[in-house]
Design a protein. Structure first.
Length: 134
């Protein structure tokens, strides 16, 4: 008789997800993510800014503003007894020259040696227009 295959640590577990804001939404400033996960667990949240920098016309490198708010951000959030988690306030900054601004957000949980990960949720970031002062 063959032995039973050991049960996977992720068997029967809920894959964590982002429920708000919904994918495809426009993000105009600081925001908070909400989602679902296994109750009373911790999720790992990844925020990835996506953008296009203009190409150099003179061969010189284009200097890019870079602070922690311009880079990938990772942090944890705790799911409550109902499996609802809420992120901290997230702020993503972009170099003023950047175009095609988007944010990819995802969540994952590690169970033993296995990982359950959500799909990337994509958000759009409108280019802020500066108001002229008369």
């Amino acid at each position: 008789q063959l032995g039973k295959k050991p049960k996977s640590p992720t068997s029967g577990k809920l894959t964590p997800s982002i429920t708000s804001p919904s994918g495809g939404s426009a993000i105009n400033g600081p925001f908070v993510l909400l989602g679902k996960a296994e109750p009373n667990t911790t999720v790992n949240v990844t925020i990835l800014p996506i953008y296009i920098m203009p190409k150099s016309t003179d061969g010189k490198p284009i200097l890019r503003v870079s602070t922690p708010l311009h880079e990938t951000q990772e942090f944890t959030a705790k799911a409550d007894a109902n499996g609802i988690w809420q992120s901290r306030v997230v702020e993503v900054l972009y170099d003023p020259k950047a175009t095609g601004r988007r944010i990819f957000a995802s969540v994952y949980q590690i169970w033993g040696k296995e990982t359950l990960q959500s799909r990337n949720t994509e958000y759009f970031v409108p280019h802020k227009r500066l108001k002229k002062l008369n």
